[in-house]
Ligand binder design. Structure first.
Ligand code: ZN
Length: 186
């Protein structure tokens, strides 16, 4: 197992839409194992493949360290499609392994329906709400090239911009290994 360095804010691979995975391969299985290992070591609850430099439509979630979710199962989402979003828009302070040392409130609908393939490439669907729905929306955004900080506006956006620039330049420290000298988005 391996720790995969985390790609930072504005890495090109994190600004481009990811590609669908055609079918199960040993490489994808290994990537999933390494992504769980990486997420665990970096104390994350969700991780998208492009956060470790792989432009594939895949993310993993493990909420077992979160209060109230101790009994939850780690989840693998391959080629996910959110088919519906509804409910109250709820504000919550989000963070991201690709955006170290930044936490900002983001409003998202509380409930969603998602279709995807699991680690064995079996088709699955889920209706979820609350914290799991939030993490899914955050990771799903990564697959579309969107960061949670993109939702900030006005003064909040202006205040966070200097930190985002430092992260983009590879000058912001994290508690885990970040990928360096990688290709950035324009
Ligand atoms: Zn993130």
């Amino acid at each position: 197992m391996a720790f995969l360095p985390i790609y930072p804010y504005d890495a090109r691979v994190l600004r481009e839409e990811t590609r669908e995975i055609a079918g199960p391969t040993p490489e994808t299985t290994q990537l999933i194992i390494d992504m769980f290992e990486t997420m665990d070591k970096a104390n994350g609850v969700g991780l998208a493949a492009n956060q470790v430099g792989v432009g594939s439509s895949l993310f993993v979630i493990d909420l077992r360290a979160v209060e109230g979710y101790e009994e939850s199962k780690p989840l693998v989402f391959i080629n996910p499609v959110i088919t519906d979003l509804w409910g109250e828009e709820i504000g919550y302070e989000e963070g991201c392994l690709s955006v170290p040392n930044v936490r900002e409130e983001v409003f998202r609908p509380e409930t969603l329906h998602i279709r995807y393939r699991d680690a064995r490439f079996e088709p699955q669907e889920l209706e979820v709400d609350d914290f799991l729905a939030r993490v899914i929306q955050h990771e799903y955004d990564h697959l579309k090239g969107i960061f949670f900080t993109d939702y900030l506006k006005g003064l909040r956006k202006r205040l966070v911009m200097p930190v985002l620039k430092k992260i983009r330049a590879g000058e912001e420290e994290a508690d885990y290994k970040m990928a360096r000298n990688i290709e950035l988005a324009d």
